[in-house]
Each structure stands twice: as C-alpha cells, then as structure tokens.
Design a protein around this ligand. Structure first.
Ligand SMILES: C[S@@+](CC[C@H](N)C(=O)[O-])C[C@H]1O[C@@H](n2cnc3c(N)ncnc32)[C@H](O)[C@@H]1O
Length: 362
C-alpha cells in the first residue's frame, strides 16, 4: 500500500475550511443544470480513504483470481490503442464527456501557490499566451477555458481524427472563433511530432484554407491562415507553449509507453511552462470494479474497458518521480477523493483522481 494514502499523508489538510466547503457546494450545483432538479444528481462529499478500506481494496486488487489477459490480447489491445479511440468517437460522437467547466476552480482548489490561472503573467508582448491541449478529444476542456481567457491561443491535438473533426465543427459555431489556431492528429505513442497540423476550418467566406503541415515536410506550408494570424502553418506549431494539458489522457496510454509520452509532452513547453494534469488515481472505485471483473486486467493497475480503450490508475509518488525524471519539477500534486451518493438508492461510489501541476525545468 503506498505511503501516500496512510493517515495524514494524503496530501490534503485534515480539517476542512469554509473555502473547501464552498467548492463542495459548487460541485453539487454544477452537477445539476436546474436547482429544482438538484435532488436527481448525486450528493458529493470530500472523503479520505480509511486504512481498513485500503486494505480491503488491496486484497481485491491482489486476488489471484484476477489474472492478467493472455499474450494475444495483451498485444491486440496495445496495437489497437489509437484505433479504439477512433471507434469510440464514431460511436459516441460528442455525447460522452461533458464540458469541463470546473477546470479553473479545481486547479485553484488544488492549492497551487503559483496560481497557474493568473495567466496574465504568461502573456507575451502581444498579450497572448499559448496553450496546448494534448489528447484534446472533442474540446471539452478548451472551450470553457477560452471563454474565461480571451488571451489564450489554443493548439489542439488528438490521435483521433474524428474527434478533431467534431472539435472543428463546434468551433465554427462557437464564440471563441479565432482563438484555436491549430488542430492536428498526433499519436503520442508512435510519433515524436504531430503527424499533421492544420488551421481549424472556419465559416467566414473567402477565408477557406487548405494548408496542412505534415511531419517530415519542409517547415513552412504554403497556405496562410488569414482568419487568425498571418503566420504560415509550420510543423513546429506544437512547441514553445506556455501551458500544456493532459486531461485523462495518460491513463489511456499503455503502461510501458508512459515515459516516452511524458518525454514528448515536456518538449512541447518552453522552459518554465506549466503542465496541468488530471487523471485516475489508484484505488478509485472504478479500478476496484475492474478487479472484480475477469478478462480486463492487462497489468497491475492497468485494465481494458469493454470498448477496447485502456485505463491506467496512477500512484502520486510514482508519477511525480516519472515527471521529475523527464525534465519537470512538481509545483503541486495531490489526490482528490470524493464520495458520490445516489440520492434515490443511497448507493455510494468512492472516486479518486490525481491532480497536479508540473513545470518544465530544462
Ligand atoms: C478520456 S479522453 C479525454 C479527452 C479530453 N482530454 C477531455 O478532457 O475531454 C482521452 C483522450 O486521449 C486521446 N488519446 C488516446 N490515446 C492517444 C494517443 N496515443 N495519442 C494522442 N491522444 C490519445 C483519445 O483520443 C481521447 O480523446
């Protein structure tokens, strides 16, 4: 059992202050679109796992009945890693994830003394700062962020072309027009750079552009993105970022590729640039559910869902070390543990996420 979970070492204060409760209330509010429907949504409270609970979880996770999948399936799920996300978006379109409107609040709640969302300090002479959303999906994180920060210029990459197409579609009708400057396809496992980069298509007549930059091609593509900037599209349009985000992406990566992916992510940032990280934490009750089900374990704390997408559960200390070994320093890092109670059935679900901010050192 990792020491980070014992007693007071959970990285969280034991006593809750008013601010903390306020966050909790906002959560309740957030879950329900209408106050009169609030009772339909689960009640949420901050919790800390007890020693007994963790011992019980450990026993389940280490149960010998919980066998790893056979070699054939181990290989197959790894090979199809990107393809299964493409199929995920074909099936679910934009309906699976909700907009992450809680982003700024959660990262502030994390007690980040660098106050990473005081981003004015990152602004360049032209007043803008560059944000790269790696594994962006259909843009559930970037759209709320751009509404809050008009000075942000976003670069959106994902392994799934279909997800990027959905993001572009939304972009055409959204008020943040002009603030997503590049989109592209990037398989972080297979490629050091995005395989393809282009400007998001916009509706404005006469400004259509077909410019693409491909990995390995000459640096400057010919087309100009006249709607946003007069800069030509470049294969370098994923580097020198002020802020990067990995939001529930690293857990989708096979355990043995995590190092490589972190190494690629760090290179997208300028020295001093920040990485915002949120993903599944170890002993999340969804992990325990995997352990109870056969035919889903690929490795310790690493599983495959029924749709073929992967789910890796992170230990805070291990991840912090991994990040440090790859050129990051830890600004803040902690587990977020919450209990969700179904108001009708009383059924409880204990969730655990790992939330962190890392800074590129060198
Ligand atoms: C759980 S979704 C999160 C999406 C988005 N970050 C958000 O917060 O809504 C995981 C995302 O990681 C992307 N992804 C998975 N494997 C990837 C890879 N090898 N390279 C790049 N992106 C990948 C998926 O396509 C998917 O959009």
């Amino acid at each position: 059992m990792p020491s980070t979970f014992t007693d007071n070492e959970h990285g969280k204060p034991k006593l809750r202050n008013w601010k903390h409760n306020q966050v909790h209330d906002q959560h309740l509010h957030d879950q329900s679109p209408r106050p009169d429907l609030r009772w339909v949504f689960p009640a949420v409270r901050e919790i800390e796992f007890t020693k007994e609970q963790l011992a019980e979880y450990d026993a389940l996770l280490n149960d010998e009945c919980n066998q790893k999948l056979k070699d054939f399936w181990q290989k197959k799920y790894r090979q199809d890693q990107g393809k299964n996300w493409e199929l995920f978006y074909k099936r679910n379109e934009t309906n699976f994830f909700k907009d992450r409107t809680w982003l700024t609040r959660e990262f502030a709640h994390n007690g980040c003394d660098a106050d990473m969302f005081d981003l004015q300090s990152l602004s360049k002479t032209d007043g803008t700062w560059k944000f790269i959303d790696i594994g962006c999906g259909v843009g559930n994180a970037v759209f709320p962020l751009l509404k809050l920060y008009p000075n942000c210029r976003a670069y959106e990459y994902d392994v799934s072309r279909r997800a990027i197409n959905f993001l572009e579609e939304r972009y055409r009708t959204d008020s943040v027009l002009g603030r997503i400057v590049r989109v592209g396809v990037w398989d972080l496992i297979k490629h050091e750079h995005p395989q393809e980069i282009w400007s998001p298509k916009v509706k404005i007549e006469g400004h259509a552009h077909e410019g693409h930059a491909h990995e390995g091609h000459a640096h400057e593509a010919e087309a100009m993105d006249v709607t946003v900037t007069d800069l030509a599209i470049s294969t370098d349009d994923y580097r020198n970022m002020d802020v990067a985000m990995l939001m529930f992406v690293l857990s989708a990566i096979p355990i043995e590729n995590v190092q490589t992916v972190i190494g690629r992510v760090v290179k997208t940032l300028r020295v001093g640039g920040l990485l915002l990280f949120r993903d599944y934490g170890r002993y999340d009750e969804k992990e325990i559910r995997f352990a109870k089900r056969s035919q889903s374990k690929l490795d310790d704390h690493f599983y495959v869902r029924q749709d073929g997408t992967l789910a890796l559960y992170f230990d805070k200390d291990e991840l912090d070390q991994n990040m440090s070994a790859n050129g990051f320093e830890v600004v803040s890092s902690q587990y977020i543990t919450r209990q969700f109670t179904n108001r009708k059935t009383g059924q409880k679900l204990n969730r655990c996420w790992l939330q962190a901010i890392y800074r590129r050192k060198s």
